[in-house]
Design a protein around this ligand. Structure first.
Ligand SMILES: [Zn+2]
Ligand SMILES: [Zn+2]
Ligand SMILES: [Zn+2]
Length: 119
């Protein structure tokens, strides 16, 4: 089983079914294996692979900080910390777990998250 297949089996967003698309569960047409169409593959990567997810989150948030509306430079924050999963396929990169922040808001968020852990 590939890494992505293993992930869709436990992913809250995916609806895999046996012999069907790993993302939406629709029967897969001849000549395709994991995904029924390119859109399903794209949706999977956008929600699980950091560099794709980060780009998609920025586009969704119109390249502005979601807290103060500030512009570049912007960064993408994991609302629930991804715990070092940047280099791996992970459900931590679901778009709903990502928000675009300016550098100042990101720094404030990280500092607040740290003090929450210590208190
Ligand atoms: Zn599909
Ligand atoms: Zn901001
Ligand atoms: Zn997932």
């Amino acid at each position: 089983m590939t890494k992505s297949a293993a992930l869709t089996a436990v992913c809250a967003l995916a609806r895999p079914a046996a012999g069907a698309c790993s993302w939406c569960g629709t029967p897969v047409p001849k000549g395709r294996r994991m995904w029924c169409r390119d859109r399903c593959a794209t949706a999977f990567w956008k929600n699980h692979w950091w560099s794709r997810a980060r780009r998609a989150a920025k586009r969704r948030d119109k390249y502005a900080c979601v807290r103060c509306g500030g512009g570049r430079p912007i960064e993408v924050n994991h609302i629930v910390p991804c715990l070092g999963a940047h280099g791996t396929l992970s459900c931590a990169h679901h778009l709903e777990n990502l928000e675009t922040l300016c550098v100042a808001c990101h720094r404030a968020h990280t500092a607040a998250a740290r003090s929450n852990i210590s208190s």
